[in-house]
Design a protein around this ligand. Structure first.
Ligand code: KG4
Ligand code: ZN
Length: 354
């Protein structure tokens, strides 16, 4: 089974060809980060226009790299939610048109679920190297990105039970806004990760949000306010943002507090559910300090932690094609939503239970 996956939910235009749900033949990604950098964040209208310009060539590149043609495709999978509405519509409308013209199934894929299922990408399907062990259902899925901070109980490829989410900002959003306050380039997450390695830590003290043990929710906006207050306080005696060591030290301590809060609530959820497998995905899963802390958590709680390769942590078409393939394989004959002749499929329809 050869599936073309299309992803246009935010600021990456991506298309990928995946065989049998796990073997990535190509994964073409065109990032728009440079375009949005000048604004310090993603501008939805700019994102949609750029997807429109780039998608045809990104799809062609994916086909060429995989050495396949449109006629070889078994189905097309496309992100249909959640995301920026205009950006989603570019991918969705293109996918509909192609699936209709080729008379093959169209598979709507939830972007968040695809992030968590990207852990299956590197598994079987390759003859060499030998297949890697993958988690068994049910497992816990911690999704941490620019738009979401969620823990799901993942029962199957189509059943995701929401256990914990953020009250306010997503973790990636908080890191990006912190980066902006510190005058770092967009996105702030990887910059803070890089800078933090050069600080001894402990110069600034940040609060730990929702400290009460019974609360199983995330909250990152208070940490952001605390950072702003500390910068303003330091501004009373000069401009701290001209001092590289100030930026490095405060970035380190902010990241540490943010990750501690994330892991405290994750620990609580693990203990509450008694599940011993945790998959961590989304852009923030690329964070190097988080990876170390997750290993410590795994040892402490005697659980297995799975993190996809960094290229599959950030937005990509391969994860959409991979989950789309599993959904298609589960649904035989294809359900109504999968039939391209039903052109009423809208951006918020869903084929999954939550
Ligand atoms: O999953 P993703 O590519 O897009 C969304 O669906 O949001 O995640 C993007 C987020 C951004 O907030 C970015 O700052 C963050 O992932 N990110 C990181 C790192 N790399 C990307 N955050 C912390 N450390 C990193 N190394
Ligand atoms: Zn994402």
């Amino acid at each position: 089974m050869l599936v073309l996956g299309i992803e246009t939910s935010c600021d990456e235009t991506s298309a990928a060809i995946v065989r049998n749900g796990c073997h990535v033949l190509s994964n073409s990604i065109q990032t728009q980060i440079d375009l949005h950098q000048v604004f310090g964040g993603v501008v939805p209208e700019v994102a949609s226009r750029h997807h429109l310009e780039m998608l045809p060539s990104v799809i062609q590149k994916a086909l060429d790299q995989a050495n396949v043609s449109f006629q070889d495709l078994s189905a097309i999978a496309v992100t249909n939610r959640p995301g920026l509405i205009g950006a989603l519509l570019v991918g969705l409308t293109s996918a509909k048109a192609m699936a209709y013209a080729l008379d093959i199934p169209l598979i709507p894929v939830n972007h968040l679920h695809a992030h968590l299922c990207s852990i299956f990408i590197e598994s079987s399907g390759h003859s060499t190297p030998p297949s890697k062990k993958v988690p068994n259902f049910p497992f816990l899925g911690l999704l941490i990105s620019g738009g979401h901070s969620i823990i799901y109980k993942v029962h199957s490829f189509s059943r995701f039970e929401l256990l914990c989410q953020t009250r306010d900002d997503a973790i990636g959003e908080a890191l990006d806004k912190a980066g902006k306050m510190l005058g770092l380039p967009y996105p702030g997450g990887p910059e803070i990760d890089r800078l933090s390695k050069n600080s001894k830590g402990g110069r600034f003290s940040f609060p730990r949000p929702l400290a009460k043990k019974t609360i199983r929710e995330f909250s990152f906006s208070g940490l952001k306010t605390s950072l702003l207050n500390k910068i303003q306080e330091a501004k009373r005696s000069g401009n701290p943002l001209e001092n590289p060591q100030f930026i490095t030290d405060i970035a380190h301590d902010f990241q540490e507090a943010t990750l501690d809060h994330l892991l405290e609530k994750t620990r609580l959820t693990i203990q509450k559910t008694n599940l011993n497998q945790l998959v961590v995905a989304g852009g923030v899963a690329a964070n190097s300090r988080l990876r170390t802390k997750l290993q410590e958590l795994a040892k402490d709680l005697k659980i297995e932690v799975w993190i996809p390769k960094p290229i599959f942590c950030t937005d990509n078409g391969a994860m959409i094609a991979a989950l789309g393939s599993h959904l298609l394989a589960q649904t035989n004959p294809p359900i109504k939503n999968f039939d391209p002749k039903h052109l009423t499929l809208n951006a918020f329809s869903s084929n999954e239970r939550e």
